[in-house]
Write a protein that binds this ligand. Structure first.
Ligand code: NAP
Ligand code: ZN
Ligand code: ZN
Length: 348
């Protein structure tokens, strides 16, 4: 077994604290990754605090991982020692069902194995995430990272990046499309960057007036304060796509109303309470609501390659591991520009 240091939550109310544990010895297709940076996703906070129910403790969160390969299993083909790699939200799946054979493992019929807060396929071992010094992962769920990109900024691509890239690609966002992004946090700022790169006319819908300038700097063409009813009314029946990245409880209606004919509300935000949806708002303009979960292994690699070509990384605030509880408090106040990333050398 491989000894690892990390930070874990022991129950839904305890702050994260230092935690030592062990990773499995390498199987034939495993790689050992020395973690350099680990992004802080709002899903980490939802799960640490058991907001979705069923959380498993002790929990080492973290599913936006970048590091260096330090050892490879005997059958590993994709990687060699020294490669810069990423690991994201999943680390395994059944590999046999239809979604798995089509490389959409996030929709595995038996359920994907999440990077943490999940049992491994053996149903016994608790998977532990990236707020730690090393991870062991089957090479299928490990990705090549384009060398020229800033590595702290790459980490959030493994969740915030793929989660926004995948639905925008799914609905084929193209030049000239009118795309709005609700919520300027980790996912939201990546959605803006991708929609702009795809050529869309992008509008930021935010509850924070102070973020207007940043939205423009990220490439958004327009900014609308979503709490300003008059301003929102002016944008009714206007957009082809609205990406909902909001982490707090809210109704879908305020965003549905903004959709033009055949407009699509792409739901990626996962607040704990069920939203209210008025069917009259849905039938108007034949609107649809589409949910989307991260992205599959092939698409995640394609997204990273795309980011390499277009020079896209997240805007990050790098913190030491010891500041994680403070970072969670700030996340809850929407006070993050625009992703916290843990420098893992702080606990090595
Ligand atoms: P985040 O960085 O905390 O950003 C969330 C943003 O939501 C905030 O910055 C804020 O933006 C906005 N917001 C907060 N409270 C709001 C309210 N009451 N009304 C309207 N807007 C509000 O979170 P994140 O890491 O981007 O994650 C966003 C959500 O996506 C989380 O629920 C997370 O669990 C989920 N998620 C889903 C997937 C998936 O596969 N579908 C993957 C990763 C994460 P403004 O200040 O601009 O309003
Ligand atoms: Zn995430
Ligand atoms: Zn499967």
């Amino acid at each position: 077994m491989i000894p690892v240091k990390g930070y874990a939550a022991s129950d839904p109310t305890a702050p994260l604290a230092p935690f030592s544990f062990e990773r499995r010895d390498l199987r034939e297709y495993d790689v050992l990754v020395d973690i350099l940076f680990s992004g802080v996703c709002h899903s980490d906070l939802h799960q640490v605090r058991d907001e979705w129910g069923g959380s498993l403790y002790p929990m080492v969160p973290g599913h936006e991982i970048v590091g260096k390969v330090t050892r490879v299993g005997t059958e590993v083909k994709k990687f060699k020692v020294g490669d810069t790699v990423g690991v994201g939200v999943m680390v395994d799946s059944c590999r046999e069902c239809k979604p798995c054979t089509e490389f959409m493992e996030q929709y595995c019929a038996e359920g994907m194995t999440g990077t943490y807060n999940n049992f491994e396929r053996d149903k016994i071992t608790l998977a532990q995430g990236g707020y730690s010094t090393q991870i062991v992962c089957d090479e299928r769920w490990v990705y090549h990272v384009p060398d020229k990109l800033n590595l702290a900024g790459v980490a959030p691509l493994l969740c915030a990046g793929i989660t926004t890239y995948s639905p925008l690609k799914f609905v084929n966002v193209k030049a000239g499309d009118k795309v709005a992004v609700a919520g300027l946090g980790g996912l939201g700022h990546m959605a803006v960057k991708f929609a702009v790169a795809m050529g869309a006319e992008v509008t930021m819908l935010s509850t924070s007036p102070s973020k207007a300038k940043d939205a423009k700097q990220l490439g958004a063409h327009h900014f609308v304060l979503s709490t300003d009813e008059a301003a929102m009314k002016l944008h009714q029946d206007h957009f082809d796509v609205v990406v909902d990245t909001v982490s707090a409880n809210h109704d879908y209606e305020i965003y549905l109303r903004l959709l033009d004919l055949h407009g699509k509300l792409l739901v990626v935000g996962l607040p704990k309470e069920e939203p209210h949806v008025n069917p009259f708002e849905l039938i108007k303009n034949r609107r649809s609501i589409i949910g989307s979960m991260i992205g599959g292994t092939v698409e995640t690699q394609a997204m990273l390659n795309y980011c390499g070509e277009k020079n896209i990384v997240a805007d990050v605030e790098v913190i030491p591991m010891q500041k994680i509880n403070e970072a969670y408090d700030r996340l809850l106040k929407s006070d993050v520009k625009y992703r916290f990333v843990i420098d893992m050398s702080s606990i090595k």
